[in-house]
Design a protein around this ligand. Structure first.
Ligand code: DC
Length: 203
């Protein structure tokens, strides 16, 4: 079974996806980490960033080097949003992602899982939260200034939603959940219930 969790940065996707995977015994796939690795490879001057070897671990390894912390820096975050707009990068990573999720039960998190990577996913969830709330959460995680996080987030949201290739959008059949003001536990429980209902309906 595949559960696709898409949505903008700071909507709570990683926390929710990881917890849902843990509750159901599924494997968690952080597709954003793959785009971040390509961005870091490019920043490090790799001739062909797409030829880099990515292992999602944890820890995340780029050509064997533990980059778990480095892929979360603001510089890599900004570059990741740029490389994610490139069709050849998307094509290569989507192929890898499809290979991975074919191998078992996954909770895959990203921007285009329910729309492009796996339109047949048994359960699709689109998580959102207000821009203010998303910036507040990111700032609390990184210790950065909320106003600055918000300004950068607006730019990335704009790029992620208006890019020509696989722009961020909810699949028509996705369950939309606005996590503003919601406890993460409640969101996780709701998705786990939906997944169990789907599994039960197929036995
Ligand atoms: O989820 P994240 O912040 O780690 O994602 C990093 C960047 O990669 C972000 O700009 C969105 C992009 N991305 C994407 O375009 N498609 C995905 N499936 C996952 C991430």
């Amino acid at each position: 079974m595949l559960i696709a969790i898409d949505g903008p940065a700071g909507a709570g996707k990683s926390t929710v996806a990881r917890a849902v995977a843990g509750a159901l015994g599924f494997t968690y796939l952080d597709t954003g980490a793959m785009y971040r690795c390509i961005a870091l490879a490019q920043l490090r001057g790799a001739g062909d960033p797409l030829a880099s070897r990515i292992e999602l671990g944890p820890p995340v390894l780029l050509d064997g080097d533990d980059v778990s912390a480095e892929i979360r820096t603001p510089e890599v975050t900004a570059r990741a949003s740029e490389v994610a707009a490139r069709p050849e990068v998307r094509a290569a990573l989507v192929t890898l992602q499809r290979e991975l999720i074919a191998a078992g039960d996954y909770v895959a998190e990203g921007r285009d899982i329910g729309t492009v990577v796996a339109p047949d996913a048994e359960l699709k969830v689109f998580l959102t939260a207000s821009a203010q709330e998303r910036a507040r959460r990111r700032a609390a995680e990184t210790g950065a200034d909320v106003a600055q996080v918000l300004a950068e987030q607006i730019q990335r949201d704009e790029r992620d939603t208006t890019r020509e290739h696989s722009p961020l959008q909810a699949a028509g059949d996705a369950v939309q959940v606005d996590t503003t003001g919601l406890q993460i536990d409640a969101v996780v429980a709701r998705i786990v219930d939906l997944a169990r209902a789907d599994l039960d309906s197929r036995v």
